[in-house]
Write a protein that binds this ligand. Structure first.
Ligand SMILES: [Zn+2]
Length: 162
């Protein structure tokens, strides 16, 4: 009878290690562990074994597998965060070039209507477009290759650490 109780408790220990023990089972287990040295030893040995095996994936233990996957996902996210977002830099570069093209087009074709709209001389409207649109977008377009170079260098440095 007593042996059956220990067996049952050890079964709960196994379940609790993969997060499958019910709250009631866990409460029973805690009560039992307070007064049973043998099951305490079993629990700590099992926990140590699980910690030692951490990082391996077991098809038989969906709970453990989920935990390993969560840890891997986190690691992938950390790696992605460590790498500069090259895709975003390329997107900014494309946007900057488009902005430059559209700005130049606007200066050529919209200088006149803009001047009329703002009651300004055409030259002044075009100068305004150049100062506030074309020049900044050109600067951005020129900045992007520099950013790419810097980010590639820092990625290499981080890659060495990893
Ligand atoms: Zn026991």
């Amino acid at each position: 009878m007593q042996t059956d109780l220990h067996d049952a408790m050890r079964h709960i220990i196994d379940s609790s290690l993969v997060g499958e023990a019910s709250a009631q089972e866990q409460q029973e287990l805690r009560k039992h562990l307070l007064e049973c040295a043998a099951c305490q030893t079993y629990a700590s040995d099992s926990r140590r074994a699980i910690v030692g095996l951490n990082g391996f994936s077991f098809a038989a233990d969906p709970g453990l597998q989920a935990k390993v996957h969560a840890a891997l996902d986190l690691r992938i996210q950390q790696l992605q965060a460590a790498q500069p977002n090259r895709q975003r830099i390329v997107q900014v570069s494309i946007a900057a070039i488009l902005l430059t093209i559209v700005g130049s087009f606007a200066a050529l074709h919209l200088g006149d209507p803009l001047a009329t709209l703002l009651h300004l001389p055409v030259a002044q409207a075009q100068a305004g477009l150049f100062t506030f649109w074309i020049a900044p977008s050109w600067c951005l377009a020129l900045l992007v290759p520099v950013l790419l170079l810097v980010s590639a260098r820092s990625a290499n440095r981080k890659g060495q650490i990893i």
